[in-house]
Structure formats: structure tokens, C-alpha cells
Design a protein. Structure first.
Length: 216
């Protein structure tokens, strides 16, 4: 709004001393400059987060909000080192969701060169699209890296930290060393078991090598 008129020279000098005029016209100049600029997203999307209100003062570099593209999404997936070596820019992966039916085609757009110390995986980023995809969805992708010979898939809990599994031989608990070939979500692909080996998968109190087990 316009400044009220001063009623006397004394009042005018007082307003001038505290730089009210200079601040007022600086704001008016900023308003005129603002009318010449508009901010547009580089794609048609929706605002999922707004950090300011209408009329708020915005500082240089302050984030205004977050806008997402409704037609093209980016998905981050953690893969092991061996798989990451075979995933190249442009590699296509099929993704599915446990919540809704349908498949989504994703394309590798970039890879991180740093291994996550928590999971020992490398983040790989896929560009994908689909009318049923929503921000924050979990998708599962399938990528065949090769075929393994003479391997078995076991639950991760069945393998000890030193690479041993417990077997039941003639009702006696035995230990056997296996080689971990690949790590899945909750399972491990191992080599070293022979046909007929009975791996103990269920948990029971203090299994000891050499202990005889009574089967019910």
C-alpha cells in the first residue's frame, strides 16, 4: 500500500532518518522486477511440497518447493557389485509391484561409484514411466546375470558368519563349510552341498555339533 502523507516537516525528517522511504521504494522496485519473471517447471507435473506461502519473503537460494513429473519417474535400487558391473547405461529392466498388476520398463540412466557401507550395494538409478506409478511406490525388478551350476538357495539365517551350515547326518548335528555365490533379499545362493544333505533350517535351542537329535 502507498505510504501515508506526512503532516509536518518534522515528521518527514523523522521518517527519512529511519530510512523508511528508501526501504519502501526498494520493495516497490522488487515488486516491479518480480512482475517480469515467472518460474516454470521443465515438465508438466504436480507440487508435492511447498516451503513458502503467498507473500512470503524469499531469500536467495531458498528452496521454494518440490515438483515431480507425473509421466516419468526415477527409481533407485541397490545391487551388489557383480550385478552393477553388468548393468550398463541403457540396460532395460522389467519391474513389477506387489500391490497392483502390470509391468513397467525401466532403463538405467546412471550408476553411483560409491558402495553403501551399510548394505555393501551400489545405488543404480532407473528411468521408468507408467500410468499407475505413484511417488514413493516400491517396485521389484528382475535381471539375469548368468547361470550357476551345483548351487542351492538357502535362507540367510541358515548360514553362520564364518560360512558354515548345520546338517543332520544319522540324527547327529554336523557342520559343513559352504561358499556364498550370490546374495538375494533374504536368501543366499551357496555352493558346497551335495545331494542328500539335510540342512537344518529351523531354529532351536543351542544346536551343538555332534549333538544327537531325537526326531518326533
Amino acid at each position: 500500500p502507498p505510504l501515508p502523507a506526512t503532516l509536518s516537516k518534522k515528521e518527514k525528517y523523522y521518517v527519512t532518518t529511519y530510512q523508511i522511504y528508501s526501504q519502501y521504494y526498494a520493495i516497490k522496485a522488487a515488486e516491479e522486477r518480480l512482475k517480469k519473471y515467472s518460474i516454470y517447471a521443465p515438465y508438466s507435473g504436480i507440487v508435492i511440497q511447498s516451503n513458502i506461502d503467498i507473500g512470503s519473503l524469499v531469500s536467495p537460494g531458498q528452496p521454494l518447493g518440490t515438483i515431480i513429473n507425473r509421466y516419468s519417474y526415477e527409481l533407485e535400487a541397490g545391487v551388489n557389485l557383480a550385478t552393477a558391473e553388468q548393468l550398463r547405461i541403457g540396460t532395460k529392466i522389467t519391474f513389477t509391484s506387489n500391490a497392483i498388476a502390470g509391468e513397467y520398463r525401466g532403463v538405467v540412466v546412471r550408476k553411483n561409484n560409491i558402495i553403501d557401507p551399510q548394505t555393501q550395494n551400489i545405488p543404480v538409478y532407473f528411468q521408468l514411466s507408467g500410468k499407475n506409478i505413484r511417488q514413493g511406490m516400491y517396485l521389484e525388478g528382475t535381471f539375469q546375470v548368468g547361470a550357476y551350476q551345483d548351487v542351492v538357495t538357502l535362507p540367510s539365517s541358515a548360514i553362520s558368519r564364518n560360512g558354515h551350515v548345520l546338517l543332520l547326518q544319522d540324527d547327529v548335528i554336523q557342520s559343513k563349510t559352504v561358499e556364498a555365490i550370490d546374495f538375494l533379499t533374504d536368501e543366499v545362493v551357496v555352493r558346497g552341498l551335495t545331494e542328500g544333505d539335510q540342512v537344518i533350517l529351523n531354529n532351536f535351542e543351542l544346536p551343538v555339533v555332534g549333538q544327537k537329535v531325537a526326531l518326533n
